[in-house]
Design a protein around this ligand. Structure first.
Ligand SMILES: O=C(O)CCC(=O)C(=O)O
Ligand SMILES: [Fe+2]
Length: 295
């Protein structure tokens, strides 16, 4: 298929890398002005969330590395990331139209020398059962995370996302309720990286996509800059949300597509099944791309 003619959002080499590695970096997604604006919004979120521990993960992850839940509660300036014109085509191309946004998190990674939190250990996302459901090329992904980087990560040990390329297809042999992977973490305990692990380098404005079964960890941050990024997790629509029931006043300000992504069917399910969305689901999510994307 001529992907330029039909406007497919990923080229065949990118798609190949995605399937092979379990992650993909989309470069220069955000414009310089968007980065400035989003950093301003992030400042608002950090100050307004006021360190209330039920609004972040600092009780589990510590004061240096934590995730702020649901930043839409503090500003409307991030709403558009849900269906950002440059990423949403990729989301729907990979996942299809029957999806929802399951979470939005602000990841705060301050300078920090030690490596003791679970985030810094190799893990998979989304729990021990999904750890045992490996993706295939033919199947739609169950979930994907899109992470918008707002600061540069150009050196090693600057809070890099560490990935083991191809590990999304590898079965984890043990059961750990936090999905920690001891066969990889034993290297970290010796101050080493496991074989094949890479500390990813990204620029502010790049977006990292990764599969939930990718073995990944976060490097310590020996730089003098906090690493800031915003993560949106998409799942097939029968998945649950993560800390993420958007309040009615937040839904009210959003577009119909953003509301639908947050699980609002406007009372119009087809039949009596909660996961069967209204007739316009495909056109709302894919618009004129529906046929080219195979729907
Ligand atoms: O900070 C990152 O880049 C990744 C965080 C992470 O792995 C997680 O929240 O599960
Ligand atoms: Fe993770």
């Amino acid at each position: 298929m001529d992907e330029n003619r039909v406007g497919l959002p990923l080229g065949s080499q990118q798609l190949e890398r995605w399937h092979r590695d379990g992650f993909l970096i989309l470069e220069n997604v955000l414009s310089p002005q968007e980065i400035v604006d989003l950093l301003g919004e992030v400042g608002t979120v950090i100050s307004q969330h006021n360190n209330v521990s039920s609004h972040n993960t600092s009780q589990f992850h510590g004061k240096k590395y934590y995730n702020i839940h649901n930043p839409f509660d503090y500003t409307e300036g991030l709403d558009y990331l849900l269906d950002h014109p440059k990423t949403f085509n990729v989301v729907t191309y990979l996942m299809g139209p029957y999806i929802r946004a399951m979470s939005c998190h602000l990841f705060v990674r301050h300078p920090c020398r030690d490596g003791s939190t679970n985030l810094q250990k190799f893990h998979t996302d989304s729990g021990p059962a999904l750890q045992r459901i490996l993706p295939t090329r033919e199947n739609l992904p169950l979930q994907l995370k899109f992470q918008f980087f707002l600061t540069n990560v150009k050196e090693d040990n600057a809070s890099n996302f560490i990935a083991i390329p191809g590990s999304h297809l590898r079965r984890v042999e043990e059961h750990n309720p936090y999905c920690l992977i001891s066969e990889a973490n034993q290297y970290l305990e010796k101050g080493q990286l496991p074989p094949g692990a890479v500390q990813l380098k990204l620029k502010a404005g790049d977006v990292l996509i990764h599969a939930l079964t990718l073995w990944h960890a976060v490097a310590p941050n020996h730089s003098n800059q906090s690493r800031l990024s915003i993560s949106i997790r998409y799942g097939q629509m029968w998945f649950r949300d993560y800390y993420f029931a958007a309040a009615p006043h937040i839904m009210a300000r959003m577009t119909p597509r953003q509301r639908r992504l947050l699980g609002d069917f406007n009372g119009e399910t087809r039949g009596d099944l909660v996961y069967r969305p209204p007739e316009d689901q495909v056109s709302l999510m894919l618009g004129e791309k529906a046929r080219a994307f195979g729907w």
